[in-house]
Design a protein around this ligand. Structure first.
Ligand SMILES: *Cc1c(COP(=O)(O)O)cnc(C)c1O
Length: 367
């Protein structure tokens, strides 16, 4: 049996360590996971009932087109229903985009250190990934534009960028769209959009009205707190959405996910609460990083990339042994940094307290 030659080098996705495993390994009672940008406040309290209400329909296939949810979301966002497509997480929308638009030999452009699923899915289709270095942790749109040629099919812009947390502005994205040839698809991944209320963040739904080649990705996994249900979506021109629909599996999102997402949309007070708490968490954490003299990238999502100026695996393992799971920067292209998800007040304080201990210990060990 010979697998496709362009996938033999692909690693199997390595998830962060589960909380239960870390508890057992280190004999800990309390473990905090700040590694996957999950919502520390869970989800809206109405979700439980929404899921229970679907239990009796478990033997029935879901509505593949997610009609009810599409209508609710279309109203919420102020776009037409035929501009929306759902996936099993926005991860699946990324997969469908690659499937629908990329063949072997096509080129696709992305930042050097960004969300790994763009490259992963492009390589499965045999496309050539052109990776453009970040500038100060931020997408360098001019350099990305300079890489566009007649083979370029998709440009991926992760905004805010995972793992650095930085953003490109409305003006920058608009200039980019003005200059890029209209047959190149531009994917703006806005998984953390709802956390952001700064003026300069792109009004991407406005840009959609002018640029048929723009697709915006969002998700219910992050601020909405529905990561386990796997539901995210793309918004774009009806023709592009139709194309993506042509490669969509018939029943790609579940009844529970559709129902829960619809209910989650209605509870915007939960979303506001999470946005405010997250902003307070960023202010606290960045204040502490300054006190400790640790450089960090400006954070716009619910995570911060901070440079600890020590080998990331050492810090990662030391934090792990004390019950705090983060993402080590060594696997993300930042060998002396970690990416930490903004938690609740209590979690953030515990993290800082533990980090201080760990940084002191590592100095002692290397002396
Ligand atoms: C978390 C994340 C996603 C996808 O999450 P899903 O759970 O698949 O919706 C997409 N893009 C970025 C940048 C993310 O951080």
């Amino acid at each position: 049996m010979n697998p496709k030659s362009n996938i033999v080098h692909l690693p199997v996705y390595q998830p962060g360590k589960p909380i239960e495993e870390v508890k057992k390994e280190f004999g800990l009672e309390e473990v905090i996971k700040l590694a996957s940008n999950e919502n520390p406040f869970g989800c809206s309290p109405h979700i439980k009932q929404a899921i229970i209400s679907e239990i009796e329909n478990t033997s029935l296939y879901p509505d593949g087109a997610a009609t009810d949810l599409t209508n609710r979301l279309s109203e919420h966002l102020g776009v037409e229903p035929n501009q929306i497509i759902f996936g099993a997480g926005s991860d699946e929308v990324i997969l469908m985009l690659a499937r629908a638009y990329l063949v072997a030999g096509d080129e696709t452009i992305m930042a050097s250190h960004t969300f790994p699923q763009y490259k992963h899915n492009a390589e499965i289709e045999g496309a050539v990934c052109v990776e453009v270095p970040l500038k100060d942790g931020t997408h360098d749109l001019d350099a990305m534009l300079a890489k566009v040629n007649e083979r370029t099919k998709i440009v991926w812009i992760c905004n805010p960028n995972n793992p650095t947390g930085t953003i490109v502005s409305h003006a920058q994205v608009e200039q980019f769209l003005k200059k890029i040839p209209s047959q190149v698809l531009v994917v703006l991944d806005e998984a953390y959009a709802e956390y952001i209320d700064t003026e300069e963040y792109p009004a991407s739904l406005e840009l959609l009205k002018q640029y048929k080649n723009l697709v915006v990705l969002r998700t219910f996994s992050k601020i909405y707190g529905l990561a386990s249900l796997r539901i995210g979506y793309g918004i774009g021109h009806p023709d592009v959405i139709h194309t993506i629909n042509q490669v969509r599996e018939p029943f790609n999102t579940t009844r529970y996910a559709q129902k829960a997402a619809g209910v989650a949309l209605q509870d915007q007070s939960f979303i506001s609460y999470c946005r405010e708490e997250n902003a307070k968490g960023i202010a606290y954490l960045t204040g502490e990083f300054k006190r400790l003299g640790l450089p960090f990238f400006p954070a716009y999502g619910n995570f911060i990339m901070v440079d600890l100026q020590k080998p990331a695996p050492l810090v990662f393992n030391a934090l792990l042994s004390k019950g705090i799971i983060v993402r080590g920067g060594h696997s993300l292209g930042f060998p002396t940094s970690i990416r930490v998800t903004v938690g609740s007040d209590k979690q953030n304080e515990k993290f800082i307290h533990t980090l201080e201990q760990v940084l002191e210990e590592i100095v002692v060990e290397t002396n």
